[in-house]
Ligand binder design. Structure first.
Ligand SMILES: Nc1nc2c(c(=O)[nH]1)N[C@H]1C(S)=C(S)[C@@H](COP(=O)(O)OP(=O)(O)OC[C@H]3O[C@@H](n4cnc5c(=O)[nH]c(N)nc54)[C@H](O)[C@@H]3O)O[C@H]1N2
Ligand SMILES: Nc1nc2c(c(=O)[nH]1)N[C@H]1C(S)=C(S)[C@@H](COP(=O)(O)OP(=O)(O)OC[C@H]3O[C@@H](n4cnc5c(=O)[nH]c(N)nc54)[C@H](O)[C@@H]3O)O[C@H]1N2
Ligand code: SF4
Ligand SMILES: [Mo]
Length: 758
């Protein structure tokens, strides 16, 4: 028993987004009363309203309290929820999963989780993967394809897959120029905003590319209010300017990118040493000697014997006797972007040519420079090639892995815990969507898109998914199309949802499990994903015990594993042993962390330009790509039927304008995140709901008055795909012709103090 009038200060961190803001939780007489920032932590940061609302989340009256099972058939307006014990819930789950596995195969069971960028799932999802893989299914429903995949993976297809565990982050604090593209840090990334402000205080210039005049646009030297969906085109114009005005980093481009490599005109593949000579090596690329204009083989990772020509084309006789016209990557890139000078793209991008030039000059000349992009570039049809184009633009500036650039920060070594080794590689290749898109989100990380699962449930093709085990994640509101999602999820043979609230997705489950919030759960974090805190390791103890009959996700996962006979892969349910295994390569133990409540920062050196380092054989480490260079031209994309250079394709919705749909739907719709909510969460938290009581649509003042729409009026927003009713918010922060809203409004707030918000 705690003493009367006891007050504890418990150090930890908020994990509701990837800022991981350090916290001090105040617990008075056993009650969690307040969350404040932990000023002594290397990642010290102001807490956003969602972090400050910790106690309101923990003690929320709408939380799920105990495991329940449905007693009425799905579709019945009254599900007939009946309280059951954890024991009964786990026994039923084990029985049903084993039956489905025996009848349809293990891949007929899919797991799901919430988006780790906007929930505490980043500390659990590797363990969920471990459970899924140990069970034998490759199907884990993730949200990466509408969240972060293109920025993370398409830059990796360009710069390499990184020497893990290092992590690329923009070194804002030391930058000469910062580019923020499709990201609103005032709402979504407090820790990053702190670092951007530090950079600006030290004189960094700032370029912001966002259709809306977000707060950071007001702080920028240049704000480019781009037409939504045309960023790929804008990036090509920017590449055009950097090449035409000779603003690129010549040495870096020559020595560390594929710019001087020859590409065959007949096949579009790289010309290889073996194409030229019998004794030539199939892995060698070919450059052209700039003085003799003769081809020379180049071994990846070596120092070229000659000064290569960058921008050249020539016809070469191959070993087969045929003559083939070849061009360097540099030439191909220049030819591509010559189609898109800024004066030709300005009507589409809405950015005047001079402004594009100013932005490029500012970014390319103010060395060092770094960039960050996010959701504004992820949720459009061109997301992959747009992010490729931006990566290429950035590569041309030569700033990668430099002080003040996008830098690979050191991070603690950890053991891989996702258990991929348990999954039979043949089954891994059966994950839904893999055959169609082996390069995409489904190819690299094992993530499956919800729409593939909906298709499988509804059509049984390519094979049926019969069961879903969801750890958070609310696919019905987050993975469109919602009505298809609802239909599919309600047709599952067996569905379990581990949740804090009874979401529209959880409402359709056969069994609902009450999850404890992260405040009530133990976790270990290695790497706080902020410059200066990437080497930090910390144990987060629960602030108070799990409320009601809830369990932390980790306990649910580990107990489920034990029941399924997988205890040997889960340290027989001992979560601390599992974390000890995770951090073992850094020579730290959970016990040591317990003695250091604020965590331990490892002394790992910060090094720059690691690509210049050599391996034991004397070859450059280079980049972690097949060519060991930055891949301006992507052979992998080519092999899979995609453009090897980021060709521009107009989004299909642009064609509306040429049809009668253009008249019916004259506005462009975008959606954005709100500071007070993560996706579909937090609406039940009184202080947050009071701040933003209703879903709203921002519309330009002029447009609103043309349409006779007043502030606060309820309006219907309609697209060819559906409609919603929203409160109108006329504003000057969105361009004429653009409207902006939010997703995820499903929940009421039952707290009497917020009654007016319902
Ligand atoms: N239309 C539209 N759709 C979008 C987006 C958009 O901008 N527009 N954004 C996309 C993006 S970027 C993302 S990341 C996804 C997010 O997709 P989701 O993660 O599916 O969305 P959320 O509404 O955040 O749902 C998370 C759920 O997890 C629960 N939860 C929170 N913490 C925990 C926990 O610790 N344990 C458990 N078991 N459950 C927990 C919450 O109560 C909540 O119901 O949505 C995507 N979908
Ligand atoms: N408060 C809060 N924080 C969050 C989350 C949350 O839900 N709430 N979610 C977390 C998650 S999972 C994610 S993925 C991140 C997302 O973080 P952000 O990327 O900041 O999210 P958004 O607000 O969706 O989009 C950012 C900006 O993109 C702009 N934009 C829209 N369309 C376009 C376009 O076509 N081009 C360009 N250039 N810009 C465009 C919008 O105007 C918006 O300002 O936030 C994380 N943090
Ligand atoms: S920004 Fe807010 S939600 Fe994200 S970690 Fe910090 S306090 Fe938590
Ligand atoms: Mo996300």
């Amino acid at each position: 028993m705690k003493e009367q009038n006891s007050e504890e200060r418990i150090r930890g961190y908020c994990s509701q987004c990837t800022c991981y803001c350090p916290t001090v939780a105040y617990v008075k007489n056993g009650t969690f009363t307040e969350a404040k920032p932990d000023e002594e932590h290397p990642n010290a940061c102001e807490l956003c309203p969602r972090g400050l609302a910790g106690p309101e989340l923990v003690y929320n009256r709408q939380r799920l309290r105990y495991p329940m099972r449905r007693t009425s058939p799905k579709g019945d307006p009254n599900p007939g929820w009946e309280r059951i014990s954890w024991d009964e819930a786990l026994a039923t789950i084990t029985k049903r999963l084993n039956e489905i596995k025996a009848q349809f195969g293990s891949e007929a069971v899919a797991f799901a989780r919430c988006g780790p960028g906007g929930s505490p799932m980043s500390e659990t999802f590797h363990w969920i993967k471990r459970l899924a893989y140990a069970f034998g299914t490759p199907n884990i429903v993730e949200t990466t394809h509408i969240c972060n995949w293109h920025k993370d993976q398409c830059s990796r297809y360009t710069f390499g897959m990184e020497y893990l565990p290092q992590q690329t982050l923009p070194d804002f604090e030391h930058a000469g120029c910062i580019l923020i593209w499709g990201n609103n840090p005032h709402a979504t990334r407090y820790a990053q905003l702190r670092d951007i402000k530090r950079g600006l205080e030290q004189g960094a210039k700032l370029v912001v590319i966002d259709p809306r005049k977000i707060p950071i646009a007001g702080m920028a030297n240049l704000w480019l209010p781009v037409q939504p969906g045309t960023d790929g085109l804008l990036a090509l114009s920017m590449i055009h300017v950097i090449i035409e005005e000779d603003l690129y980093d010549y040495e870096f481009v020559r020595d560390w990118t594929t710019a001087p490599f020859l590409v065959r005109g007949d096949t579009g593949n790289f010309l290889k040493g073996s194409d030229l000579k019998d004794e030539g090596a199939p892995l060698n690329y070919v450059m052209v000697n700039s003085s003799s204009k003769k081809p020379e083989q180049y071994i990846p990772g070596s120092t070229p014997f000659v000064e290569p020509a960058l921008d050249i084309e020539l016809t070469l006789k191959l070993v087969t006797g045929e003559k083939v016209k070849c061009k360097t990557v540099s030439r191909l890139l220049r030819e591509l972007v010559s189609e898109y000078p800024p004066h030709r793209t300005e009507t589409s991008t809405w950015i005047p040519a001079d402004k594009v030039k100013d932005a490029v000059r500012m970014f390319a000349t103010a060395k060092p420079a770094c960039w960050y992009s996010y959701n504004g570039l992820e949720q459009s049809t061109n997301a992959s090639q747009t992010n490729r184009a931006i990566s290429i633009f950035y590569a041309l500036t030569g700033n990668y892995d430099t002080h003040g650039g996008n830098l690979l920060f050191p991070a603690p070594s950890v053991n891989r815990i996702d258990g991929l080794e348990f999954l039979n590689p043949k089954i891994a290749r059966r994950r839904l969507g893999f055959q169609e898109r082996p390069l995409g989100p489904v190819g690299t990380v094992g993530a499956v898109q919800a729409y593939e699962v909906y298709k499988s449930i509804l059509t049984g093709k390519p094979y049926p998914v019969k069961a879903l085990i969801g750890f958070g994640g609310n696919v019905i509101t987050s993975s469109a199309p919602s009505m298809v999602a609802k239909d599919a999820i309600s047709k599952l043979d067996f569905h379990v949802q581990c949740e804090l609230f009874l979401t529209p997705t959880a409402e359709l489950a056969d069994i609902v499990l009450p999850a404890a919030s992260f405040w009530e759960s133990l976790s270990v974090r290695a790497n706080f994903r902020s410059p200066g805190a990437t080497t930090h390791v910390q144990l987060r103890e629960p602030v108070i015990p799990p409320q009601h009959d809830s369990w932390p996700d980790m306990k649910v996962i580990f107990e489920m594993a034990k029941r399924l006979g997988l205890g040997d892969k889960f340290w027989d349910g001992n979560i601390e042993s599992a974390f000890n295994y995770m951090i073992a390569p850094s020579n730290i133990t959970v016990e040591q962390l317990r003695r250091n409540p604020g965590g331990i920062s490892l002394n790992l050196p910060l090094e720059y330009k690691k690509y210049e380092k050599k391996d034991r054989s004397g070859k450059f480490l280079g980049f972690d790509t097949p060519s060991k260079r930055v891949e301006l031209y992507s052979q992998i994309f080519k092999e899979h039927g995609y453009d090897p250079l980021p060709a521009w394709k107009e989004p299909p919705t642009f064609r509306f304008a040429q049809t009668n749909l253009g008249e019916k739907y004259p506005l462009i719709l975008i959606n954005t995140k709100l500071l007070h909510y993560s996706h579909g969460q937090h609406r039940a938290i009184p202080s947050l709901r009071k701040a933003v009581p209703y879903p709203f649509v921002e519309i330009n003042h002029t447009k609103a008055s043309e349409l006779g729409i007043e502030a606060g009026e309820w309006v219907i927003l309609e697209s060819p795909y559906g409609s919603v009713t929203l409160q109108a918010k006329p504003t000057d922060t969105v361009p004429y012709g653009v409207v902006s809203t939010q997703h995820g409004w499903w929940q009421e707030c039952q707290d009497p103090s917020a009654a007016h918000c319902r």
